[in-house]
Design a protein. Structure first.
Length: 142
């Protein structure tokens, strides 16, 4: 978003927004940028529910952190102690990616998987078929 558009949305002057934004960035805050997934070349998402012996969790997590398709990995309790969220290019990649993981991490067992063909809401934004924001779901504050 341009500074002038941000200033309009914030009902403030461009100079004020520039100064506040600079201060915010210098404070060490982390920013997040989302994109329209269909335009990214990685339109599909798959979630793998996996397990690995506890003593290999750290090593497995390090390996998964270096796999470009992996967007997030969480260690959980239960029979599947890893939940791995990946982005894929096409539906056929679901099984080939799983095979790749099996070769790279022989101790990893995939218990189940879920394929997301289209995301309709992400981070409070309603998404159209093209992946662009078409609305907002406001957060409910207590």
């Amino acid at each position: 978003m341009s500074l002038s558009r941000l200033a309009t949305a914030a009902d403030a002057g461009v100079t004020t927004v520039r100064r506040r934004l600079r201060s915010l960035l210098l404070s060490g805050v982390s920013l997040r940028c989302d994109l329209a997934r269909p335009l990214s070349g990685w339109p599909l998402s798959a979630v793998y529910f996996a397990s690995v012996p506890g003593r290999y969790l750290e090593e497995t997590s390090r390996v998964l952190a270096g796999v470009r398709e992996v967007r997030s990995c969480a260690i959980t309790a239960g029979p599947n102690n890893l939940v791995i969220d990946v982005w894929l290019r096409e539906l056929a990649d679901v099984h080939s990616f799983e095979a790749h993981l099996s070769r790279q991490l022989p101790r990893l067992t995939i218990g189940d998987r879920s394929v997301v063909l289209r995301t309709v809401k992400h981070m409070g934004r309603l998404l159209g078929e093209d992946g662009h924001c078409v609305g907002v779901v406001p957060l409910r504050l207590p």
